[in-house]
Design a protein around this ligand. Structure first.
Ligand SMILES: NC(=O)c1ccc[n+]([C@@H]2O[C@H](COP(=O)([O-])OP(=O)(O)OC[C@H]3O[C@@H](n4cnc5c(N)ncnc54)[C@H](O)[C@@H]3O)[C@@H](O)[C@H]2O)c1
Length: 253
């Protein structure tokens, strides 16, 4: 039980990577707040966590400051503290640069970049006020570091939102280091989740993806969760401002 009595918020916990991260923290004894825009998804995650474990499903649109403040306040009211924030909620969209609308640009940046800013700021204020040497873990992407999309699957707004989150991780890590709070990111390659299900159903896309993964398989959400949990353990306390790539070796080349 590596996280007995630790309190963890996972955003976007109603599906895919977020669900797996929430479930693994709960298996290891943490009290988990599963926050999601989709309350039914968050409730399903809490049901999967099961009886005998402490978990709370919360409807939260993490692009809204009022929802984020409520999420953190509700966490403190329910469990008394906050040790770990996982900024996992994210959306993907494929549109070529010349076709990209202002609305789609804003939507992707609001969820993938503005929300981690809002959540991290609200969480860090609580952690500092209570003297908690907390952990903030951002889910970025290999797409924060290089353009890996296949032809016809352009996502400049996704790339820039995740690239921004990569540098936000470093900037916030620098500012919070004196408080003993670490801030890191986990950069998945391609993971089998509802996020990628549409694309990976296409045999050509699946083959293109598999051809780029030296490990020879697509990631499971559990692979991502394992790295996130490590960044919340005492053993990782000297790691801050870093990125852990969980990509089966995709970014080797
Ligand atoms: N699946 C992949 O291959 C992959 C690869 C690299 C990075 N990622 C990242 O992993 C994270 C999770 O992706 P996933 O594959 O599990 O996706 P998913 O679509 O399965 O889950 C995303 C969750 O985020 C929630 N969400 C969306 N907007 C929200 C908002 N405004 N407020 C609160 N919740 C919101 C959704 O309701 C959903 O439950 C994302 O940040 C994504 O960019 C995924």
């Amino acid at each position: 039980m590596r996280f007995a009595d630790k309190v963890v918020i996972v955003t976007g916990a109603g599906s895919g990577n977020g669900r797996s991260i929430a479930m693994k923290f709960a298996e290891e004894g943490a009290k988990v707040v599963a926050a999601d825009l989709n309350l039914a998804g968050a409730e399903e995650t809490v049901a999967l966590i099961g009886k005998g474990k402490e978990a709370l499903a919360l409807k939260s649109d993490v692009t809204l400051k009022s929802d984020v403040e409520h999420m953190v306040a509700q966490t403190i009211e329910t469990y008394g503290t906050l040790d770990v924030l996982v900024n996992n909620a994210g959306i993907v969209a494929f549109t070529e640069f010349l076709e990209l609308s202002e609305e789609e640009w804003d939507k992707v940046h609001n969820v993938n970049l503005k929300a981690p800013f809002l959540c991290s700021q609200a969480a860090a204020k609580r952690m500092i006020a209570s003297g908690t040497k907390g952990r903030i873990i951002n889910i970025t992407s290999v797409e924060a570091h290089r353009i890996v999309s296949s032809s016809g699957h352009c996502q400049p707004h996704y790339n820039s939102s995740k690239g921004g989150l990569n540098l936000l991780t470093k900037a916030v890590a620098l500012e919070l280091a004196p408080y003993g709070i670490t801030v890191n990111s986990v950069a998945p390659g391609v993971v089998e989740t509802p996020f990628t299900a549409g694309g990976l159903q296409n045999p050509e896309v699946r083959e293109w993806v598999l051809g780029r993964i030296p490990a020879g398989r697509i990631a499971s959400p559990g692979d991502i969760a394992n790295a996130v949990l490590f960044l919340a353990t005492p053993e990782s306390e000297y790691i801050t401002g870093s990125t852990v790539f969980v990509d089966g070796g995709w970014t080797i080349h």
